[in-house]
Design a protein around this ligand. Structure first.
Ligand code: PMP
Length: 419
C-alpha cells in the first residue's frame, strides 16, 4: 500500500488506490450536486421520480401496522427467508394477474425495491463488455447499474409506440455478428421512465419473437403499469412467455417507496440463482417491511388506492401538458397515458445540462436528458416528472422552465447554436 500523505488527502480520494477498477463507474454526476438545492421549499422540483404519498391514508397504514404487530409481530421483528414472505408472494400473484401475468409462488422473490432486483439480475448475467439492449432513452437507475457492471449499453431506436422491433433486430444481429455477447434486453414497456411511452401490443409480440430467435433474455420492468389514465396498457410481455422473460414489479409507485419492497418473477433456474444471490447480499429482504405491505394489502382497498393515484396523476399530467402547450410552443413533448413523466425535446443545439443552473436560479429543477443515455446522447432533452408537486406547482414549474428555455431558444436563433 502506498504511503498516504494525509495533508493531501480529501474525504474522497484517501482510498483511491484501493478501489476495485469498476468503482470508476460510480462517479457522482454533476447533476446530483445541484440536487441539494432542489430540496429548498421555494424550488419546484420536476426532477426526482417520486410518488405523491400524501395521497395515502395514514390512519389505514397505522391500522395495518397495529394489526401486523398483533398477529405476526415476532415474525416481523425476526430474520426471514431469502426468497421473502410466502403470504406476500401469494398476494403478489393477485397483483401481477392484473397485467395478465401468472406465475407460481415458488418463482417469485421479494427484493429491496425493484432496483435491487435489477442489481441482482445484472450481477448474475453481465460480464465486462457484455451487451445490454435498452430503449432510447432508458431508466437512469438501470443505466447506472449496467455501467457499474462494465456492460456495453446499446440504445435502440424508440418512438411513441415504444422500442422499434426493426431497430432491435438490426442492433442485436449486428452486435452478435461482430462477436459480442448480447445478454439481455431491458425494457420498461408501460409509461416508461423517462419517456412516458408505452410499447404497443403488436410490438410486444414482435420483440418477444426476435429475442426468442436470437436467445436474448428479456428483463421486463413494470413499476407503472397500473397507473394508467384511460385505457389499460397491453398485457405484459411475460404474459406471453414464461421462460424468456424476467418480470419486475414494485410497491413503490402503487403504495410507498419508503418501505423498499419490490419483487421479481423468474423462470425456476434463474429464480434459484437469484435467491442465492439475494441471501449472499442481504440474508433476507426486510421482514418488517414485507409484513407491513402484506397486512396493508389484506386490510385495505388497495385497488381503490391505486385508482386514487391514477386520478391524481392524471390531473397532474393534464396540468403539465397544458403548461407545455401554453409556455413552450417550440418544444416537443411526449403525451403519456400513465405514469410520472413527460420527455421534452428542445430545438437542436440547446443543452439541458448547461441550462440547469439557470433553471435553479429561476426556482425550478428537472433532470437533463443525458442522464438517461449511456452514450452521451440526450443533450437537448429534459425529463419532467409531474407526479410529486401539486398540479398548480407543476404548471408554475413549467412556466419558470419556459423563462430559461425560451430565452435560450431566442439566443440560439439569433446567434446560432455555438452561443
Ligand atoms: N424501474 C423503474 C423504471 C423506475 O422508474 C424505478 C424507480 N424510479 C425503479 C425501477 C426502482 O424502483 P424501486 O426500487 O423503488 O422499486
Amino acid at each position: 500500500m502506498p504511503e498516504i500523505d494525509l495533508t493531501q488527502a480529501t474525504n474522497f480520494d484517501l482510498w483511491k488506490h484501493s478501489y476495485a477498477a469498476r468503482a470508476e463507474n460510480l462517479a457522482v454526476s454533476e447533476v446530483r450536486a445541484l440536487f441539494s438545492v432542489v430540496s429548498r421549499p421555494e424550488v419546484v422540483s420536476l426532477a426526482g421520480g417520486m410518488p405523491d404519498v400524501s395521497a395515502l391514508d395514514g390512519d389505514l397504514i397505522e391500522k395495518a401496522f397495529q394489526s401486523m404487530m398483533a398477529t405476526r409481530g415476532n415474525y416481523a421483528l425476526q430474520y426471514g427467508g431469502g426468497q421473502g414472505d410466502p403470504r406476500l408472494r401469494e398476494q403478489i400473484q393477485e397483483i401481477m394477474a392484473l397485467e395478465g401475468v401468472h406465475g407460481s409462488v415458488e418463482d417469485i422473490m421479494i427484493t429491496t425495491g425493484s432496483q435491487h432486483a435489477l442489481e441482482l439480475i445484472s450481477d448474475l448475467f453481465l460480464d465486462q463488455g457484455d451487451v445490454v439492449l435498452v430503449e432510447a432513452p432508458s431508466y437512469v437507475g438501470a443505466v447506472g447499474i449496467f455501467r457499474h457492471k462494465e456492460a456495453h449499453i446499446e440504445h435502440v431506436f424508440t418512438d411513441d409506440q415504444g422500442i422499434s422491433p426493426e431497430a432491435l433486430r438490426e442492433a442485436a444481429e449486428r452486435l452478435i455478428e461482430t462477436g459480442h455477447k448480447v445478454k439481455m434486453l431491458y425494457l420498461v414497456p408501460n409509461f416508461a421512465n423517462p419517456s412516458g411511452v408505452t410499447l404497443t401490443a403488436e410490438r410486444r409480440v414482435e420483440v418477444l419473437k426476435i429475442c426468442r430467435e436470437l436467445g436474448i433474455l428479456i428483463v421486463e420492468d413494470n413499476p407503472y403499469g397500473q397507473l394508467y389514465f384511460g385505457q389499460e396498457p397491453p398485457k405484459a410481455i411475460r404474459s406471453l412467455d414464461d421462460q424468456g422473460v424476467v418480470y419486475l414489479g414494485s410497491f413503490s409507485k402503487i403504495f410507498s417507496p419508503g418501505l423498499r419492497v419490490g419483487y421479481v418473477l423468474a423462470p425456476p433456474a434463474i429464480r434459484e440463482k437469484l435467491v442465492l444471490a439475494n441471501e449472499s447480499a442481504i440474508l433476507s429482504p426486510a421482514t418488517f417491511a414485507q409484513m407491513l405491505v402484506s397486512e396493508y394489502l389484506a386490510i385495505s382497498d388497495w385497488q381503490g388506492q391505486i385508482a386514487t393515484y391514477r386520478d391524481l396523476y392524471k390531473t397532474k399530467r393534464d396540468a403539465a401538458l397544458s403548461a407545455v402547450q401554453q409556455y413552450l410552443p417550440k418544444v416537443h413533448t411526449t403525451r403519456p397515458d400513465g405514469g410520472f413523466f413527460l420527455w421534452l425535446t428542445l430545438p437542436e443545439g440547446l443543452n439541458s445540462k448547461d441550462m440547469l443552473p439557470l433553471a435553479v436560479t429561476e426556482l425550478v429543477a428537472y433532470t437533463p436528458g443525458t442522464a438517461f443515455y449511456g452514450d452521451g446522447r440526450g443533450a437537448n432533452n429534459i425529463r419532467v416528472c409531474f407526479s410529486h408537486p401539486t398540479a398548480e406547482n407543476v404548471a408554475v414549474g413549467i412556466k419558470r422552465l419556459s423563462n430559461v428555455i425560451n430565452q435560450q431558444i431566442e439566443l440560439n436563433e439569433t446567434f446560432g447554436s455555438g452561443s
